[in-house]
Design a protein around this ligand. Structure first.
Ligand code: ATP
Length: 237
């Protein structure tokens, strides 16, 4: 029997008040795997990620991480267990760059966090230069880098990312892409919700989310081979 994946969410139903947004969505991420979650605006990507990291309780369904049922576990416990979440905004503008990164690493022992921060400052030199400055004073691209550094500060095993490319110029999209590729190479697992198909180049597998339901699940090659999906997501004939 194949072993249980690192992360597995099944038959997730959730919403706001009486409005149902997710209708039985499920995703899996294996160890060292990068998985893309594609979907248009309003498809439910953010809602699903928030359920997966514990910010919204699901109405139904199950979530497992590293062999444990975490369906109703608090977000801070999930973070301690190795799940990090990067929201679209991703950092606190009124705090300094370094304070933001420390928040990301708040459950990490001090000596370990110090080493990790030096490592992250090496990967993000523009952030390192501004470490005493307010996060709110950074450019959009730098804010995104800070959000990534903050999410990585606790040395997670799985990073859930909400649209890392949102609001970025192509130059910064490229920079984000390269940074993610680097950490992917170090064995980190990713679930990346995106509209930008550029990120498919990083993905081992893809899900499409449509109206709160998973439509397609498979490899990037299989997505390309499907005419209707290719037209919907790549705009190609
Ligand atoms: P986007 O790319 O625009 O963020 P998304 O795929 O992430 O889209 P969600 O943000 O999860 O989609 O939104 C899914 C649906 O849930 C939308 O119809 C949205 O209007 C609704 N929704 C989102 N947040 C709330 C909320 N706090 N209260 C009520 N409805 C909400």
């Amino acid at each position: 029997m194949p072993s249980e994946p690192l992360f597995r969410a099944a038959a997730i139903e959730a919403g706001y008040g009486r409005v149902q947004v997710l209708w039985g969505a499920g995703v899996e991420v294996r160890e060292h795997e990068t998985v893309a979650l594609l979907g248009a605006n309003g498809a439910g990507k953010t809602t699903l990620l928030k359920v997966l990291c514990g910010l919204i309780p699901p109405w139904r369904g199950e979530i497992r991480f590293s062999g444990r049922d975490i369906t109703f576990e608090r977000t801070d416990k999930r973070v301690r267990a190795g799940i990090a979440y990067m929201s679209e905004r991703g950092s606190f503008p009124g705090l300094s760059v370094e304070e933001n990164i420390r928040i990301g690493g708040q459950f990490t022992p001090a000596a370990h966090l110090k080493r990790r921060m030096e490592e992250l400052y090496g990967v993000f030199p523009a952030i390192a230069e501004r470490r005493r400055g307010l996060a709110g004073s950074l450019s959009g691209g730098q804010r995104k880098m800070l959000a990534i550094a903050k999410a990585l500060a606790g040395s997670p095993r799985l990073l859930l990312m909400d649209e890392p490319s949102a609001g970025l110029s192509p130059l910064f999209v490229n920079e984000v892409f390269e940074v993610l590729r680097r950490f992917r190479g170090e064995g980190l697992s990713f679930l990346i919700a995106e509209q930008n198909v550029r990120f498919l180049d990083l993905a081992d597998r893809v899900y499409t989310l449509d109206g709160g339901r998973i439509g397609f699940e498979g490899t990037v090659g299989a997505l390309h081979a499907n005419d209707a999906l290719r037209r919907a997501y790549f705009g190609l004939k």
